[in-house]
Write a protein that binds this ligand. Structure first.
Ligand SMILES: [Zn+2]
Ligand SMILES: [Zn+2]
Length: 422
């Protein structure tokens, strides 16, 4: 990432208010173990609001509508969905979308706001408790979400989401109190609605949503060879109404439907279909069928990954693949020009391991020295060093003539490693 698009790193600061609020709401949810606070209306409210806030709010509104613009909503529907999302208490729509767009842009890289590569607990919950300096910079927020920051309705929800959650809870208690005939019976019904419909429900939906950040970047299968470690996992999809098909989503983030195979159920997509039938949906973007992607067919199941541990697996697989095909060096050389960083990296690593056999691929390897991805550059240097003397003339040219200083330095380094000091 170049410095002109990413603000300089500042230290993260602990957020005591967020930590306190999340902890307090977790503790309040434990009131569910008090039998007096249970009621059937409370449980029903809990289940209905789990669906409304997780599926309609977080998934359909914050994620598919705002973050990815995968569909366009009637203003009245949009307002209703924003209200549902505010009740999920997962920050405001602009903050949520900007954080999420940064997650897509930097998935499982250093600037990913919640990658499990840092550690699992970080990606699940801890990231909420610290400021992200990059997401504090108004100019950077505007660059990530120029379509959202000036929207007055979104600004309102972004500012008042907590008070909307809070006042809705108080209103719910009041409804229960009066419906229960006031007195101690009213108090009991009001408390059961708030404990189950607000505290328990909020905590459940929090963790379900956080599973998408943590679990589906670690476990599950992959339909697509994306640059990140995203996975598809059925039980996260059960809990999040279709958000668990996270590898599909990372591959084609602009699609309003996350399921790709017929059995990859997506209840949030079904809700969108109902709204469409009601005439409240203007435009829907859909992913092409899975089988259309030649690249995904070729690499399906090979799972290139970002973490050092998984990268070694990737490397072995890329080498095995290279050995399977007689034209591997040429194929690998063509992958060096692929826009996906991970493919370039695999190709460079595999070429490095082919050594002598990769002699003919020397030209794209030299070009790879100018790659903005460190690992590609490193692997290209490694490959050229292995090829040895055959690489010297091309490297000498790079070391002197390359436009990018990084490429010149990489060329010089490779030459000194080969033992030819230019
Ligand atoms: Zn992700
Ligand atoms: Zn997304």
């Amino acid at each position: 990432m170049s410095s002109d698009t990413m603000p300089a790193a500042a230290p993260r600061r602990f957020k005591p208010v967020v930590f306190g609020a999340i902890t307090a709401i977790h503790l309040a949810a434990f009131l569910a173990f008090v039998p007096a606070y249970f009621s059937w209306p409370g449980l029903i409210l809990c289940l209905v609001l789990i669906w409304a806030t997780a599926s309609l709010g977080a998934s359909l509104c914050y994620h598919r509508l705002l973050s990815h613009k995968a569909w366009v909503a009637h203003p009245a529907l949009r307002f209703f969905l924003l209200y549902c999302a505010a009740l999920a208490l997962q920050s405001g729509p602009i903050t949520w979308s900007v954080t999420h767009r940064l997650h897509h842009r930097e998935s499982d890289h250093e600037d990913d706001p919640h990658s499990p590569l840092k550690n699992f607990l970080w990606s699940h919950i801890l990231w909420n408790f610290w400021t992200n300096p990059k997401l504090k910079d108004p100019a950077f927020i505007r660059r990530l979400a120029p379509d959202l920051v000036d929207d007055k309705v979104l600004q309102f929800f972004n500012r008042y989401f907590f008070w909307i959650w809070m006042s809705s809870g108080i209103l719910t208690f009041a409804i229960g109190y009066f419906a229960g005939g006031m007195g101690s019976a009213g108090l009991q019904l009001g408390m059961s609605l708030v404990v189950w419909g607000f505290f328990v429900r909020t905590v459940v939906v929090w963790h379900n949503t956080w599973f998408v950040n943590s679990v589906t970047h670690v476990w599950g299968y992959r339909n697509y060879n994306t640059e990140d470690d995203s996975r598809n996992l059925w039980w996260v999809s059960v809990l999040t109404f279709g958000e668990g098909w996270h590898n599909n989503h990372h591959a084609i983030a602009g699609s309003a439907r996350f399921g790709q195979k017929w059995w990859e159920f997506d209840p949030t997509w079904w809700a969108l279909c109902v709204f469409r039938a009601m005439g409240l949906v203007k435009k829907v973007t859909l992913a092409p069928p899975l089988s259309d992607s030649i690249e995904s067919r070729r690499w399906m199941g090979k799972s290139p990954a970002r973490s050092p541990r998984l990268l070694r697996v990737t490397e072995r697989r890329a080498i095995a693949w290279a050995e399977l095909y007689r034209d591997a060096p040429a194929q690998l050389a063509s992958f060096l020009r692929n826009p996906r960083r991970n493919l370039r990296e695999c190709a460079a690593l595999a070429l490095a391991n082919l050594g002598e056999g990769a002699k003919d691929a020397i030209e794209p390897l030299v070009q790879a020295l100018g790659d903005e991805c460190d690992r590609v550059r490193e692997a290209a240097v490694q490959a050229l060093v292995r090829i040895g003397d055959a690489a010297v003339p091309a490297l000498q040219q790079v070391a002197q003539d390359a436009e990018a200083a990084m490429a010149r330095m990489a060329g010089q380094r490779a030459l000194s490693m080969i033992g030819n000091n230019n």
